[in-house]
Design a binder for this molecule. Structure first.
Ligand code: ASN
Length: 470
């Protein structure tokens, strides 16, 4: 494993066209052959300094992998003010070290940028920082071993999403950030007001002209969900998805909420059964998890994340009514009992996952009143909608989705007044088909798989109420 990571520090050419393709091990061997015994150079940041009698060993990391490269040099070749996290250039011969690692026997070590010249640098080679403390220094947090592992895992998962969705036949759509709809109808939107508002205010002819009309002709928001736009695409491309930032102006500072978070949203045509959606959601959930466990193994180990025990198990199912029955039966174990017809609290969600031995659990068929206008009524019970939430350990709800209401008249009655969604109704008038889709909160997914309690610790630049400083 180390060899593989060591080699990430070196770039190689892909070789001539006529060469036979090599398997991964051969490729790595070849890559190493190219550098072994040869003079090479490395640039990175010093993570460990070990001083011996006449030699100094450095562990240098360039962030591309969890593993450091060992650099050994004569004491006399090491600059005096070399310290933790200064950036260095080192050059020398690559060799097999007695401790079983590969090292660079450097005859040149230069400091590119010194660190802690005045003792103010808050980081050190300490392994386990308290995540709460690191949140106070968001601009330096990525330099810690913990957080750089997290960032690489985030990247692996992100790539796995595209690969998986592509394999499943979904076409990627860039849905807009600026939008005129509040998809969820919950009023948790950030309004977009041009910065020049004050100036333009002065230029306004009539005093009651709305702010929004200064730039766009409609009230404009940061998107809360790309779902409605995806629905336009599903009616021509059949299977579509988007993966991007979404924004919620929720006044919540909980460990589960961010003002800006990433969502993977999928929409599919010709979907007539909620189980088609849950199957797709489960496949996606497991595919990304597998990528993390396999490709991200060293970083998973570094942050002490274990392979989830549910990875090879079928996810569980229950209806909303079953969920309430279970919660009622165990009301003595809950601080606040569940109420039929109302949403589940975080405590309820986590209880249900526990009840199912920690296996992610789909809850389907929700009361119509507590779900958004676009969800389709269940054919067997018009008080319910064909919706699903996936509940998972650590976070509770991680996915939400539904069949979409495809009956023009019913939808028209349910669309909130002044929603400006004539175009959405049009989708039911022209070439209509049954559709369904879901959205998965990317950060919540990472939390549940990596076992990280606070959502602010799985995103590079967390935003929450009164915190948007970087
Ligand atoms: N695309 C989806 O189904 C996600 C849903 N609109 C939500 O924001 O919860």
């Amino acid at each position: 494993m180390f060899r593989r990571h060591f080699l990430r520090y070196f770039s190689t050419n892909s070789g001539s066209k006529n060469q036979k393709p090599l398997n991964v091990a051969d490729k790595l061997e070849k890559k190493f052959d190219k550098v072994s015994g040869k003079r090479t150079k490395i640039q990175g940041w010093v993570k460990v300094i070990r001083k011996m009698k006449d030699k100094v060993f450095l562990e240098v990391n360039n962030g591309m992998t969890f593993e450091h490269v060992q650099v050994v040099a004569k004491k006399t070749d090491i600059p005096k003010n070399l310290s933790y996290d200064c950036s260095v250039f080192a050059a020398g011969e690559v060799a097999y070290a007695p401790n079983g690692r590969y090292e660079i026997r450097a005859d040149e070590v230069r400091i590119l940028g010194s660190c802690e010249v005045d003792g103010s640098y808050p980081l050190s080679s300490k392994k386990d920082y308290i995540l709460d403390d690191l949140r106070q220094i968001l601009h330096l947090r990525p330099r810690t071993a913990q957080f750089s592992s997290l960032l690489r895992l985030r990247s692996i998962a992100s790539l796995a999403i595209s690969k998986h969705m592509n394999k499943r036949g979904f076409i990627n759509i860039h849905t807009p950030i600026l939008t005129s709809n509040d998809c969820e109808g919950a009023g948790e939107v950030f309004s977009v007001v041009p910065e020049s508002r004050k100036m333009l205010d002065g230029m306004k002819k009539s005093k009651d002209q709305s702010v929004e009309s200064i730039y766009f002709d409609t009230p404009t928001y940061l998107t809360v969900s790309g779902q409605l736009q995806l629905e336009t695409m599903a009616r021509t491309l059949s299977k579509v998805y988007t993966f991007g930032p979404t924004f919620r102006a929720e006044n919540s500072k909980s460990r589960m909420h961010l003002s800006e978070f990433y969502m993977i949203e999928a929409e599919e045509a010709f979907v007539t059964d909620i189980r088609m959606l849950t199957t797709e959601a489960e496949l996606l959930f497991k595919a990304i998890t597998r990528a993390l466990v396999e490709e991200g193994a060293p970083d998973m180990r570094a942050i002490k994340a274990e392979t989830p025990k549910w990875l090879d198990k079928d996810f569980r199912y229950m209806t909303y009514d079953d969920a309430i029955d279970i919660l009622d039966k165990h009301a003595d174990k809950l601080s606040i009992p569940a109420k039929r017809g109302q949403a589940l609290s975080k405590e309820h969600e986590l209880f249900l996952v526990d009840y199912n031995d920690g296996i992610p659990t789909f809850v389907i068929n929700w009361p119509k009143e507590i779900k958004p206008f676009y969800m389709k009524e269940c054919s067997h019970d018009s008080s319910k909608v064909a919706a699903m939430d996936l509940l998972a350990p650590v976070v509770g709800e991680v996915f939400g989705g539904s069949l979409r209401e495809d009956n023009y008249e019913l939808l028209k009655q349910k669309i909130p007044p002044k929603a400006n969604l004539e175009w959405y109704l049009d989708l039911r008038r022209y070439g209509n088909v049954p559709t369904g889709g879901f959205g998965m909160g990317y950060e919540r997914f990472l939390q549940t798989v990596l076992g990280i309690p606070n959502i602010r610790d799985v995103i590079p630049f967390p935003r929450w109420p009164h915190n948007c400083s970087l």
